[in-house]
Design a protein around this ligand. Structure first.
Ligand SMILES: *Cc1c(COP(=O)(O)O)cnc(C)c1O
Length: 422
C-alpha cells in the first residue's frame, strides 16, 4: 500500500466527507511558503496551513529553539510547577496586551475560547450575580468543542449537536451599512443587565467567509457592553500576530476587551498551544480562601514547554523590522490586486484587512459553504500547485509573512487566469 491508500485505510480526516473526498495528498516536507509532496512537487501554501503558519514552514530559528528546549525540558506538570519559557512567553504576551494581566494556558484555539467562556461565567458566579446570558455574532466561528460551538453560528456543521448547545443571544455582524441595526440589537439584549459576556472575532470573521467590519463599530459595541457590565471576549485566534496589519486586531480599538483568546499564529503555527489572557478584574474574583472559587480547568499538556519555546522564538521573529516590512508589502500588494479585480464581472466584492484579502465570486446563487464553485476553485488552483481553500464562493489569500512579491504575483496571476478563462 502506498501512503495515500494507507491513509485512507486508517485515518478519519477533519471537516472531510470521507465517502466523496479525494485521497489526501501526503506532504513530506515544508520549507518557507512551500509544502512538498512525495515526488517533490512543491505547492505554494497561500492559506498558511489553516491560518497558522506566519513565518513559513520548518522555520530554522523556531526549529532550533524547539530542539534546544526538548534537550532541556520537554514537559512538566503545570500545577505546583512552572518553567522559564512559560514565564517568558507570558511576560512578552502581556507586554503586547498591556491592559491585561494574567495568562492561562491550554492547547488550541477552541480551548482558549472554552477557557474564556468558563472564566466569564465563573467570574459572575463567584461574585454571586446571576448573569448567565452570552452574546455572540451570527455566523461566528470559535471552535469545535461544546462551549465554542455554542457561541458559534448555528449551521449545518453543528446541527447534530444543537440540542446540547447552551442558549446564546445572537446579533448580526456590523458589516458596512448594517451598523445601526446591530447597535439596536445589542442595546436590546443588554438592557436588563443580565448578560455575562459578549464574544467576537475582532474585525474579521474567519470561517464565516472572511467577513470584515470596521474597528469604529466594534469599539462602539464594546462601549455599550461596558456600560452594562458585560465582559468582552476577543477571539484573536485567527487575527492575532500581525494578520490584520497590527500585532492584534484589538490594537485598532480604543476600548479594550477583558479577555483575549490566542492560538494559531502564537507558536508561529508550528505547534498546538492556546492562551486565554485576562485582566486582574477577572483574576481577582477567583482569589479566595474559599476553594470553590478556584478556576478548576486544566489539560495534561497545559503550558507545554516545546510550544512555549516555539512561541518565544516566533515572538523574536515578530519583533524583527523585516517581518513588519513584509506585512506592509503584502498589504500594499493585496491593495493593488484588489483594485485590478474590480474590472471582472465575475467578482461581486473584494474586501481586505491587513494581510487578508477576500474575493467574493458572483455565482448567481446564495453565498454558502456548499456552493459548488468552492470545489472548482480549490481544484483549479491545486492543479497549478497553489493551495487556496475557498470558503464557498469566497476565495481568500492569507499568506505566511515570508512570501515574496513574486510568489504573491504567482497567486494573483493564477486567480486572474481563472477569471479570464472561467
Ligand atoms: C480556528 C479558530 C478557532 C479554533 O481554533 P482550533 O485551534 O482550531 O481549535 C477559534 N476561533 C477562531 C476565530 C478561529 O479562527
Amino acid at each position: 500500500m502506498n501512503l495515500q491508500e494507507k491513509d485512507k485505510k486508517y485515518i478519519w480526516h477533519p471537516f472531510t466527507q470521507m465517502k466523496t473526498a479525494p485521497l489526501n495528498i501526503p506532504i513530506v516536507k515544508g520549507e518557507g511558503v512551500y509544502i512538498y509532496t512525495e515526488n517533490g512537487t512543491k505547492i505554494l501554501d497561500a492559506v498558511s496551513s489553516w491560518w497558522t503558519n506566519i513565518h513559513g514552514h520548518s522555520h530554522p530559528y523556531i526549529a532550533e529553539a524547539v530542539c534546544e528546549q526538548f534537550n532541556t525540558l520537554e514537559h512538566v506538570i503545570f500545577a505546583g510547577f512552572t518553567h522559564p519559557k512559560a514565564i517568558e512567553l507570558s511576560e512578552r504576551i502581556i507586554g503586547k496586551l498591556p491592559y491585561l494581566n494574567k495568562v492561562f494556558f491550554s492547547d488550541n484555539g477552541s480551548t482558549a475560547v472554552e477557557v474564556a467562556i468558563k472564566m466569564a461565567f465563573q467570574y459572575w458566579y463567584n461574585k454571586k450575580e446571576t448573569k448567565t446570558k452570552i452574546i455572540a455574532f451570527n455566523h461566528a466561528y470559535h471552535g469545535d468543542t461544546f462551549g465554542a460551538m455554542s457561541v458559534g453560528g448555528r449551521d449545518t456543521f453543528n446541527n447534530p449537536f444543537n440540542p446540547f448547545l447552551f442558549d446564546v443571544e445572537f446579533i448580526d455582524v456590523p458589516t458596512p451599512g448594517n451598523e445601526n441595526i446591530v447597535i439596536q440589537q445589542l442595546n436590546e439584549k443588554v438592557k436588563n443587565n443580565d448578560v455575562a459576556a459578549f464574544i467576537f472575532e475582532p474585525l474579521v470573521q474567519g470561517s464565516a467567509g472572511m467577513v470584515m467590519y470596521a474597528s469604529e463599530i466594534l469599539n462602539e459595541l464594546i462601549v455599550i457592553c461596558k456600560q452594562h457590565e458585560v465582559l468582552c471576549i476577543a477571539d484573536e485566534v485567527m487575527t492575532g500576530f500581525g494578520r490584520t496589519g497590527k500585532f492584534f486586531a484589538t490594537d485598532y480599538i480604543e476600548n479594550k476587551p477583558d479577555i483575549v483568546s490566542l492560538s494559531k499564529g502564537l507558536t508561529g503555527g508550528t505547534m498546538p498551544l492556546g492562551l486565554t489572557v485576562c485582566s486582574d478584574k477577572i483574576y481577582n474574583e477567583f482569589l479566595s480562601d474559599d476553594h470553590s472559587k478556584t478556576f478548576f480547568h486544566g489539560h495534561s499538556f497545559t503550558g507545554h514547554p516545546l510550544a512555549c519555546a516555539a512561541s518565544c522564538a516566533s515572538m523574536d521573529l515578530m519583533e524583527k523590522p523585516e517581518t513588519w516590512q513584509q506585512i506592509e508589502m503584502i498589504i500594499a500588494e493585496h491593495q493593488q490586486f484588489g483594485k485590478k479585480l474590480e474590472s471582472y464581472s465575475l467578482i461581486k466584492n473584494v474586501t481586505q484587512r491587513g494581510t487578508i484579502i477576500a474575493i467574493e465570486f458572483d455565482t448567481g446563487t446564495n453565498t454558502s459553504y456548499f456552493n459548488n464553485l468552492r470545489d472548482v476553485l480549490y481544484n483549479y488552483f491545486l492543479e497549478k500547485n497553489i493551495l487556496l481553500r475557498p470558503l464557498g464562493n469566497i476565495l481568500y489569500i492569507l499568506p505566511p509573512y515570508c512570501i515574496t512579491k513574486d510568489e504573491l504575483n504567482t497567486i494573483y496571476d493564477a486567480i486572474e487566469e481563472f477569471l479570464i478563462n472561467y
